[in-house]
Design a protein. Structure first.
Length: 222
């Protein structure tokens, strides 16, 4: 295998390329927010302040740019949900906070959310299919928190992933419907969804003998 050695004349431009790449991703997000999930390359170029032909100089085609945009947006959703899950309180309070923040992000970025739904699976540079959508972002954060609590209570966390698939599917499918109808109010929907997610968690926990009161504060994690 031949290893390419890059000299200083090549690597000195890396920071500039990285900045330009980030600027194009930001421009693509801005164009999607304004024009919808099918924003055109010309609209992205205009936002980035570059000629249309320059957009893909920093990406291996449209699918690579779509993947970069999806990862950026999914990371933003994950950080938003993570803040809600870290709010503390009872099980229901934590779930409501996380779901409400998730819905608030969707409410604030409707076209970007629609873009994520359309590009839930996009081809990466290695040829593999990568999921970077709202469901994946929510699932990762919820799986991590539930796994930590399962271990905190001395239980096997392995069933958590299956539980989260059902819970997140319910939340995200409802969120997609709500985005188009906007009823009931966001806070009310977050509370209803939190109750639904808790029912799934409760059913999963009962066979293990763990009986939690969803209205009581949870113990702190180590």
């Amino acid at each position: 295998m031949t290893v390419e050695v890059r000299d200083g004349r090549s690597t000195r431009w890396d920071p500039h390329r990285k900045e330009r790449r980030a600027a194009i991703i930001a421009a693509a997000i801005e164009a999607i927010e304004e024009h919808g999930p099918d924003a055109l390359t010309g609209q992205i170029a205009e936002k980035a302040g570059v000629p249309r032909t320059h957009v893909y100089r920093h990406f291996e085609g449209k699918s690579a740019l779509d993947l970069a945009v999806a990862r950026s947006a999914a990371g933003d959703i994950a950080a938003t949900v993570r803040a809600g899950l870290a709010a503390g309180g009872s099980t229901l309070e934590i779930l409501r906070a996380a779901i409400d923040r998730h819905l608030a992000w969707i409410e604030q970025h409707p076209n970007l959310y629609r873009f994520l739904a359309q590009h839930a699976y996009v081809v990466g540079q290695s040829g593999t299919r990568v999921s970077d959508d709202a469901k994946a972002a929510l699932a990762v954060e919820l799986t991590d928190l539930l796994s930590q609590y399962m271990r905190r209570f001395g239980l096997d966390p392995s069933p958590v992933e299956l539980l989260v698939v059902g819970a997140v599917g319910m939340v995200d499918n409802t969120a997609a419907w709500w985005l188009e109808h906007r009823v009931p109010p966001r806070e009310e929907l977050a509370a209803k969804l939190a109750d639904g997610v808790w029912c799934l968690i409760d059913q999963a926990l009962r066979p293990s003998g763990l009986d939690l009161d969803p209205k009581q504060p949870l113990p702190p994690l180590d």
